[in-house]
Design a protein around this ligand. Sequence first.
Ligand SMILES: Nc1ncnc2c1ncn2[C@@H]1O[C@H](COP(=O)(O)OP(=O)(O)OP(=O)(O)O)[C@@H](O)[C@H]1O
Ligand SMILES: [Mg+2]
Length: 215
Amino acid sequence: MTRSRPEGAASAALWERDKEIADVERALGELCGDAASSGSLVVFRGEAGIGKTALLEEVRRIAAGRATVWSARGGETVTSVPFNVVRQLLQPALLVLSQEEAREYFGDWYEIAGPALGIAEPGGRQADPQGVRDGLVAAVSRLARLHWPLVLLVDDAQWADEETLHWLAAFAERLDDLPVLVVVAHRDGEATAASTGHLEAVGAAARPRTTLYAL
Ligand SMILES: Nc1ncnc2c1ncn2[C@@H]1O[C@H](COP(=O)(O)OP(=O)(O)OP(=O)(O)O)[C@@H](O)[C@H]1O
Ligand SMILES: [Mg+2]
């Protein structure tokens, strides 16, 4: 279903999204009000054209000037590129880090998570996926604190690579003590079985700090 904007409305106005937008406003207010606040997760799921991207753009608009916003989207043709979406998401932070800064900043996790993020050469030993995931969770947790208040937007998550979704599910479990707002949008029924499992885990992980919207 494709909807059209209300005639003559401000460009950001969306029909029938007051509840979603009010919840995001509240989560953003909590995030920006206290650097030691817990994080939260908002998931928008629904069919093509229902308004997921429009809502993410509204979140971006609401957060502008109040929080740092990093965003990424899954792509149908790059679903199999490991960590593609998490790299996109963190690109603004990673681009400005020199190798020395990254090494200092990521600490013990540099050798493990660095190659996945494209900021370190792969080491001789193949890191186990769980280790890479744990390293990424730790590294992004540091980034979230450093760049507070931080909002992470992931669109078209049904096409995100499985590694990113698995990381996202692990990261969502830490939101209790991480001041970050994560907003994820995805279609239903278009992900692989593994990705569908990770998406369900993302939604379940951060409860009760999760708001799930079936649009
Ligand atoms: N609540 C709304 N009020 C007015 N217009 C809307 C609303 N929601 C969506 N639209 C408009 O409908 C069209 C489709 O919305 P959008 O691209 O956000 O869908 P989507 O769910 O992201 O689809 P896809 O799964 O294909 O990415 C856009 O032109 C968008 O501006
Ligand atoms: Mg969209």
